[in-house]
Design a protein around this ligand. Structure first.
Ligand code: HEM
Length: 564
């Protein structure tokens, strides 16, 4: 039989199986669609009760999230005024519900059940693995229990000298910018990375052949890519994204980041084997604070209306006052390495995930917070004068390093810092995935359906007129006077989130920022030609200024010049 005869003989059979396949595919797809519709019926019905912009079929409101990061930020914020405090948005088949009423925010954040992060956090996985920010369930609980004590105030007090040393080094680096307009965010990023290396990681930055600046820049570019994946729907599926040149670039950036974390862990392990514990970063004799430190009661952890960045009425696992044992008073990476020795609580891969997580969460947030603070000082010179006056009263013209007791005296500076975190929360939204229905406190007829993504709009909560008054958008440090703070709902100020998944670095951040910012202000006055209304905001993971954090410095008299 010829080949031609063979293929024509096989053709009818082939056609039959194709037809059969199509014949079965159509009802299978129809059944799948019906199943999908039925399984979502409950969610769709509950969502219908919640107000929100009307969207297109299939796409929902997805097209509203198009534009530059600054445009997207403005669109979302403007839209928030068109509806009430609870807003529903469909992005394709995904249901997002924005919450801004502090009573509803409390239900979600204070819960030990609603702790799952939204699916968007998966974009962080190649970088942060299953670190504290992303993990959930038993793994998150075990690691949170291990990590939270490493940011206890007793541990943080041992970092004061390193906070001072690095702050003075930042002041010295800034000197070359005198008289020019420049972006202070680069300096704040470098400083916050280097401080983390020398404190929480306990390695000297001098032993690292990779600079904090390179690391911070790689993180910044990686965040741009992750933001792109959040906002551009076609970049979301891995199968498409992995084919793009952006995916290759992402891989390169992750290599830069991971190479630093790997080196840090190797160095710490080597030290550990030699019996070295604690930070190996050196502090010059004249910057050691012990001789200046006055006795401060160890339990003085609350300042007026707030306790290190959250309402005094809120307590979390960082607020354990009882004296913890010597063993638990170890810094972050020391404890990770020690815990890994028996391999039960944490293994090597998990240590790497946690180091990556702390390096990211610990630097980018504080870099944004400190940059906004400096811009706010420049935009409000009369407020800056009051901060300078307070600092001058504390230090009396001396160039001695700041002590823990000094940080407790920086009450006005702290109010300015809290007010900065209110108006410009570095983490502008917090997202959770619901595994069960939740009735809202603000309106019990609204029930958040299981399967919905809940977005807590911190930026919006912090600017509610019903809570912060008709001038809610105005920079007013007196919003944090104890009597004003006491009259507000605890969950109306949540820059560090709150509840069981609150920020473990809250106290670390506040203490470090007070020392870093007061040291800068002891040396420089901050100036700018720009007003607050000129800021162009973008919320790509961390809230930033799309127009850059432009400031100018003027040397203060008398000049305080301490060598690091
Ligand atoms: C101004 C500075 C900071 C701000 C505004 C901030 C804010 C936040 C917020 C809002 C969350 C919750 C995020 C979410 O649920 O999606 C968070 C979580 C976290 N933060 Fe911070 N943070 C700051 C500094 C730090 C520092 C300095 C560290 C570490 C040294 C740190 C480590 C973490 C970690 C590990 C988590 C995850 C906690 C968990 O899920 O159990 N943060 N932070």
């Amino acid at each position: 039989m010829s080949t031609a005869t063979l293929s024509s003989a096989a053709a009818p059979g082939l056609l039959t199986s194709t037809n059969l396949f199509l014949f079965l595919l159509a009802p299978a797809l129809a059944l799948l669609y019906v199943y999908w519709k039925v399984s979502r019926k409950h969610m769709v019905e509950l969502a219908e009760r919640i107000p929100g912009p009307s969207g297109l079929p299939i796409l929902g409101n997805a097209l509203e999230f198009i534009g530059t990061p600054n445009q997207i930020f403005n669109t979302i914020y403007q839209k928030s005024f068109e509806f009430g405090r609870t807003i529903k948005v469909w992005v394709g088949p995904r249901l997002l519900i924005f919450l801004t009423d502090p009573r509803d925010v409390e239900i979600i954040l204070s819960s030990h059940v609603h702790i799952d992060k939204s699916p968007e956090y998966r974009f962080f996985k190649p970088w942060l693995g299953d670190g504290l920010l992303i993990s959930t369930g038993q793994k998150w609980r075990a690691h949170r229990k291990l990590i939270a004590p490493t940011f206890h105030l007793n541990v943080l007090k041992s970092f004061i000298d390193l906070f001072n040393k690095n702050s003075i080094e930042t002041v010295n680096k800034l000197e070359k910018e005198l008289g020019k307009e420049f972006d202070c965010h680069d300096y704040m990023s470098e400083a916050t990375v280097e401080i983390l290396l020398e404190t929480a990681m306990g390695v000297s930055k001098k032993t690292q052949d990779q600079s904090g600046y390179d690391y911070a820049m790689a993180v910044m570019k990686l965040c741009d890519i992750l933001h792109l994946r959040h906002t551009k729907l076609w970049f979301r599926p891995d199968i498409i994204f992995n084919l793009t040149s952006t995916a290759k670039y992402q891989e390169k950036l992750i290599n830069v980041i991971h190479s630093l974390t790997r080196k840090v862990i190797q160095k710490k392990k080597a030290d550990f084997e030699k019996g070295i514990r604690g930070s190996t970063a050196e502090v010059p004799e004249e910057l050691k604070t012990q001789k200046y430190e006055t006795a401060v009661p160890t339990k003085t952890t609350t300042l007026e209306g707030t306790s290190y960045g959250q309402s005094v009425g809120l307590k979390d696992d960082l607020d354990v006052d009882d004296d913890i044992g010597e063993k638990k008073r170890m810094a972050f990476l020391d404890l990770m390495i020690e815990a890994s020795q028996n391999g039960v609580v944490i293994n090597d891969e998990e240590i790497k995930e946690q180091v990556d997580t702390i390096m990211f969460e610990g630097h980018d947030t504080t870099a944004a917070g400190s940059s906004f603070f400096l811009c706010q000082m420049a935009a409000h010179p009369e407020i800056q004068e009051k901060v300078l006056q307070e600092i001058d009263e504390i230090f009396q013209g001396s160039d001695r390093p700041a002590t823990f007791a000094d940080t407790l005296e920086m009450k006005y500076l702290e109010r300015c810092l809290l007010e900065t975190l209110r108006l410009f929360p570095p983490v502008p939204i917090i997202a959770r995935q619901l595994q069960q229905d939740v009735k809202l406190a603000s309106n019990p007829s609204y029930v958040l359906p299981s399967g919905a993504t809940i977005i807590i709009g911190t930026f919006k909560v912090h600017r509610l007129e019903e809570i912060y008054g008709p001038n809610a958008d105005k920079f007013d440090p007196d919003n944090f006077l104890p009597e004003r703070a006491a009259n507000r709902h605890y969950y109306s100020f949540i820059p560090f989130s709150a509840g069981p998944r609150s920020c473990v670095g809250r106290k670390y951040a506040m203490l470090k920022l007070k020392i870093l910012l007061s040291t800068i202000l002891r040396n420089y006055k901050i100036k700018s030609n720009l007003k607050e209304s000129d800021y162009k905001l973008q919320g790509d993971i961390i809230l930033k200024r799309a127009d850059g954090f432009k400031i100018m410095l003027e040397k203060r008299k008398p000049i305080v010049s301490v060598k690091a």
